[in-house]
Write a protein that binds this ligand. Structure first.
Ligand code: ADP
Length: 445
C-alpha cells in the first residue's frame, strides 16, 4: 500500500470505529450524525487551508506563507523551508553574478560577448572606452554596425581568428590607441571579443628596432674604415712606412671608438636590467670628485681650466661605480663640448638640503628645443662634433638611468654659444656622513 494512503485510511478507520461504537451504544442515527459532523469539520478545515494557500499563491512571498492547521501545518512549514533554500540559492547566484560583472567591469581589456549572429549580448566599460559600445543601449545590435572599421569587419567575418588583429582607434576620450583585437569562439557558436591596449608595447617595439638600427649604424662606420684600410694595405705590395703609420693610427682610433661604444652599450644594458643600484654603499663624493677631476685634467690635456669645488662634507648612499660613470660622463661631455681655453667647474654641494653634483662649462651650449631629448639613446645635437670627440651618443642615457636608480634627476641649463650647466640633484634621504681623505672646501684648477 502506498504510504500516501496511510493517513486518510487511518482517519476513515477512526471515524468508522467511532461510528460503529456509537451505533452500538446510541443507535444508527447518532452514529451517522457524529460521523457527518467529524467529516464536515475535516472538510471545512481543508477548505480553509486550501483557500489560505490559494490567496498566498497570488503573491508568493517568503514572509507571508500561512501557518496552517492539521496536516496543512506540516505542508506549509515544508513549503517555507523549500522557499528559504531557494531564496538562499538565488542570493548566492546573484552574488556570484554581481562578482562576475564587477570583475568584468574591472578588466583592463575590452570584453564583448557576441551571439551566433554577431549581435552584442554583453560588454564591459572598457568596450565603451575603446569601441563606444554600451551594454544597455547596444544589446541585440549587430556589432559590425557599431564598430565599422573595415579591417575589423573583415576579421570578424573571415572566421580565421588564429592571429590577433592590430587596430588603430580613437578612444571615446579622444586619445589614439593601438589595440590588439582577438576573437575567441566558445559555446554554441558564440564569440568573445577581446581588445587589449598595446600602444606602450608597440612603442617599445619601435624603440627596440630603432636601437638595433642605431647600433648597427654606429658600428658600420668604423668597420667600413677598418675594412677599407685593410683592403688597401693587402692590395699594395709595398707600403710607404709613413702611410702605414697613418693608417694604423686611424685604424686604432676606429677600434677604440668601437670598444667605447660596446662598453657604453654594456653599461646601459646593465643599468636597464634593474631599477635600483646593484650594490649600495656610503660613497664619499669628495674622494670620487677628486679622482674624476684628475681624469678630467688628463682628458683635457691642458686645453681647459678645470675647477673643483667641494662645498659639502656629505656623501651619498648609492653605487660608487654607477655614480662614477654618471659624473664622469657629465665631466667628459663638458670637456668635449668646450673649445680650447674654456672653463669647466665641478661643484659638490647641498642645495636646500638636496645633494647636488653639478658640472658647468663655458662651451658650445645647446639650443633649448634639444634639451628634453638629450638623454635619449644616440640623440646628438651635433653629430660630427660628438664623433670627432669620441662620443657614443649614450653618455646622457647612462646618466639618466644611474640617476633614476638613485631617485635623482638631471637639470640642464644652457645658452647657445655661452655654455651649459648639468646638475644631478639627489633626494635628501640619500645624504650620508662619510669619512673623506680629501680636504674640504677647496677650489683647484
Ligand atoms: P655624446 O657621446 O654624443 O656626447 P651624450 O649622450 O653624452 O652623447 O650627449 C648627447 C648630446 O648632448 C651630445 O651629442 C651633445 O650634442 C650634447 N651635449 C652633452 N653635453 C653637452 C655639453 N656640456 N655642452 C654642449 N652639448 C652637450
Amino acid at each position: 500500500m502506498s504510504p500516501h494512503w496511510r493517513k486518510p485510511l487511518v482517519t476513515i478507520a477512526t471515524v468508522s470505529a467511532i461510528g460503529a461504537l456509537l451505533w452500538l451504544v446510541a443507535g444508527p442515527a447518532t452514529a451517522f450524525g457524529a460521523a457527518a459532523i467529524i467529516l464536515g469539520i475535516q472538510l471545512a478545515q481543508h477548505q480553509y487551508n486550501l483557500s489560505l494557500f490559494r490567496v498566498w499563491l497570488l503573491d508568493p512571498q517568503l514572509e507571508t506563507i500561512p501557518v496552517g492547521s492539521g496536516v496543512w501545518e506540516q505542508l506549509f512549514s515544508r513549503l517555507l523551508r523549500m522557499h528559504k533554500r531557494q531564496a538562499q540559492t538565488e542570493a548566492r547566484l546573484q552574488e556570484a553574478l554581481t562578482r562576475f560583472l564587477k570583475a568584468g567591469a574591472a578588466l583592463p581589456e575590452a570584453v564583448v560577448i557576441l551571439d551566433q549572429e554577431h549581435r552584442l549580448e554583453w560588454c564591459n566599460p572598457k568596450a565603451f572606452a575603446y569601441f563606444g559600445l554600451d551594454e544597455n543601449r547596444d544589446r541585440g545590435h549587430q556589432v559590425t554596425n557599431l564598430v565599422r572599421q573595415p579591417q575589423f569587419v573583415h576579421y570578424l567575418e573571415s572566421g580565421d581568428y588564429s592571429a590577433p588583429l592590430t587596430l588603430r582607434i580613437t578612444t571615446t576620450a579622444g586619445s589614439e590607441v593601438t589595440l590588439s583585437v582577438h576573437i575567441v569562439p566558445y559555446g554554441d557558436h558564440e564569440k568573445l571579443l577581446l581588445g587589449r591596449d598595446i600602444t606602450r608595447w608597440e612603442k617599445m617595439e619601435t624603440m627596440r628596432r630603432d636601437f638595433v638600427a642605431n647600433v648597427s649604424h654606429e658600428l658600420r662606420t668604423p668597420l667600413t674604415v677598418l675594412t677599407g684600410f685593410l683592403e688597401t694595405l693587402t692590395e699594395m705590395p709595398e707600403t710607404d712606412p709613413e702611410m702605414l703609420q697613418r693608417s694604423l693610427r686611424l685604424m686604432s682610433q676606429q677600434s677604440v671608438r668601437m670598444s667605447h661604444l660596446v662598453e657604453d652599450l654594456l653599461t646601459l644594458s646593465r643599468l636597464e636590467s634593474t631599477s635600483a643600484p646593484v650594490r649600495e654603499e656610503d660613497v664619499s663624493v669628495a674622494d670620487l670628485a677628486h679622482q674624476l677631476h684628475q681624469d678630467a685634467l688628463i682628458l683635457s690635456n691642458g686645453r681647459h681650466e678645470i675647477g673643483l669645488t667641494l662645498e659639502s662634507r656629505e656623501g651619498l648612499r648609492g653605487s660608487r661605480e654607477e655614480l662614477r660613470s654618471a659624473f664622469g660622463n657629465l665631466i667628459s661631455n663638458a670637456i668635449r663640448y668646450t673649445p680650447e681655453g674654456g672653463h669647466v667647474d665641478i661643484v659638490w654641494r647641498l642645495a636646500d638640503g638636496h645633494p647636488e653634483f653639478s658640472v658647468r662649462d663655458t662651451g658650445l651650449g645647446i639650443e633649448a628645443h634639444h634639451i628634453d631629448r638629450l638623454t635619449e639613446r644616440f640623440y646628438r645635437v651635433d653629430r660630427s662634433r660628438s664623433r670627432e670627440t669620441g662620443g657614443t651618443g649614450l653618455g646622457l642615457a647612462i646618466v639618466k638611468h644611474v640617476l633614476s636608480h638613485h631617485q635623482a634627476h638631471l637639470e640642464v641649463e644652457s645658452t647657445l654659444g655661452k655654455g651649459s650647466v648639468f646638475r644631478a640633484v639627489f633626494p635628501a634621504e640619500r645624504r650620508v656622513t662619510v669619512e673623506s681623505d680629501e680636504p674640504f672646501e677647496q677650489t683647484e684648477s
